[in-house]
Design a protein around this ligand. Structure first.
Ligand code: ATP
Ligand code: MG
Length: 473
């Protein structure tokens, strides 16, 4: 393990600890990430006795460039250091023992041994400690065979999983999140305990759950996390609307696809091509209104009329409950959910210029990501069908470029403004002014006139004449 502790900071912390005659270890996620060769920033150091004292002594030794923050309530301290190219952050804490009461995930905390401190950790792979004192420098303390679990790619609790999860149910989300991020399996005993304790998730704040969901959706293959959420029984507590996508119904021998697994395929398809987290949320929710809009018609079979519009309307409520942000990211997700059928309809029919212009106008700068979502949405197992759709999409994409080059409607600015219209006809703000403006917009989008000022002005005058609006003299 020596080679991973080459940075001078670790030696220095060890020296300061030696001087205070204190055992001292790097512990938890940082050690796990060293073993897994993952990037990791936050270094956690645990010592016997006061972590704050050790941090203070280190700061004194470092002098300029070091900055200390003390959190007395938590008994922790943070040292930030920046000098030249070197820059890092270390959290210091005294080894502790924790005991829980049933109604809270806030434990009663007492001073403890290193072993106590490792016992309170959530998973074996998160309980590894590396000694920093000079006489045992770089020695690994691994009481639960966390190294073996890393090798076997397993998420497992150090102690009785029922107690671990009941004490702090957030750990159930963390288990699924780590399994997703690291592509590990959850140990069967551990997973069964999640199933038994699923209801306990109710005591966890929605913000904490949203943090973990964010980490799941940003992972390389996010579907893994949602499958585990479903299999553990947690999903209905976290997002009942997603859970409702599950299953398929058959009437008169006609079935429809399982929209949960379809959704997850779309999500993974998108994740392969984009790191945009909000595009991924849009993929997750693109068919969210299908259960609500599902009908069976003897002639048409299964239909989901308007599921895109109704889905877009459902987004704010879902975001509010799940404590996802109610800002421009939500608006973006709504917009993509609403528009996700448009390119498909276009690709199915003849690709007319005016339909392409309207799509460009409605999608604006999000057009490329919308196209990506739509291509990801083609999950048929029929290779011939997939190829036909993708070919049509390629045609739509070419048309989009061609039309944008010609007409520039992607960031449409009306070539004639409402103010001008009002001034010219001496009109107050009124229905007529609005009608004239939208007549110009529609004429441009439908290709009746080019997106140019002169043509737009002439068109406006003609329309006004037809509406009986006259210039006052
Ligand atoms: P990441 O930084 O990727 O979120 P991490 O494992 O480092 O993962 P942190 O929240 O940084 O997670 O926590 C650092 C360490 O603290 C963990 O590795 C684990 O040992 C311990 N820990 C964190 N949260 C819990 C918890 N809810 N229950 C028990 N131990 C925890
Ligand atoms: Mg961490």
């Amino acid at each position: 393990m020596h080679k991973h502790l080459e940075q001078p900071i670790f030696k220095l912390i060890g020296q300061v600890a030696d001087e205070l005659q204190r055992p001292c270890f790097v512990i938890g996620g940082y050690v796990r990430d060293i073993v897994l060769c993952r990037q990791s920033k936050d270094i956690d150091v645990v010592t016997l006795g006061s972590g704050i004292e050790l941090a203070e002594a280190l700061c004194k030794k470092l002098g300029r460039g070091a900055h200390l923050s003390v959190f007395r309530n938590f008994g922790t301290a943070q040292v930030k250091y920046r000098k030249g190219h070197e820059s890092w952050e270390v959290e210091f804490v005294g080894a502790r023992r924790e005991s829980y009461s049933r109604n809270s995930r806030k434990p009663i905390v007492e001073d403890g041994t290193l072993q106590d401190d490792q016992n309170r950790r959530d998973f074996t792979i998160n309980a590894l400690a590396l000694c920093l004192n000079s006489d045992h420098y770089g020695e690994l303390v691994d009481p639960f065979d966390g190294m073996g679990d890393i090798e076997r790619e397993i998420i497992r609790t150090p102690l009785d999983p029922d107690i671990t999860f009941s004490d702090d149910p957030l750990r159930m989300m963390r288990a699924i999140r780590f399994a997703t991020q690291l592509n590990f399996r959850i140990y069967p005993d551990t997973f069964d305990a999640i199933k038994r304790n699923k209801e306990r998730i109710k005591i966890i704040s929605r913000e904490r759950i949203a943090d973990e969901l964010g980490k799941i959706i940003r992972a390389d293959i996010p579907s893994r996390g949602f499958i585990l959420l479903d299999e553990s029984g947690l999903l209905p507590f976290i997002c009942p609307e997603l859970a409702a996508l599950k299953g398929s119904e058959t009437i008169d021998g006609h079935g429809h696809k399982d929209n949960f697994y379809h959704t997850l395929t779309v999500l993974d398809n998108v994740a392969l091509r984009s790191r945009n987290e909000w595009l991924r949320w849009a993929a997750l929710f693109h068919d969210i209104a299908k259960p609500r809009t599902k009908r069976y018609d003897a002639r048409l079979g299964w239909t989901f009329h308007n599921h895109n519009f109704i889905g877009a309307k459902m987004i704010p409520g879902i975001f509010r409950t799940m404590k996802l942000p109610l800002n421009e990211h939500m608006k973006y997700v709504q917009k993509l959910v609403e528009l996700h059928m448009r390119p498909i309809v276009l690709a199915e029919e003849e690709v007319t210029d005016s339909a392409v212009r309207r799509l460009l106008f409605d999608a604006g700068n999000d057009i490329d990501e919308l196209m990506l979502l739509c291509e990801a949405d083609i999950t048929s197992r029929n290779a011939e069908k997939v190829r036909r759709y993708l070919d049509n999409f390629a045609l739509v994409r070419r048309k989009l470029e061609e039309i944008e080059e010609k007409d520039r409607v992607r960031n449409f600015q009306p070539p004639v403004g409402g103010e001008e219209i009002m001034e010219y006809f001496a009109l107050p703000p009124s229905r007529e002014v609005g009608e004239l403006k939208s007549a110009i917009k529609n004429a441009i989008l439908d290709g009746i006139i080019p997106n140019e000022r002169e043509a737009a002005w002439q068109y406006m005058l003609d329309q006004a004449a037809q509406m009986g609006i006259e210039k006052k003299v």
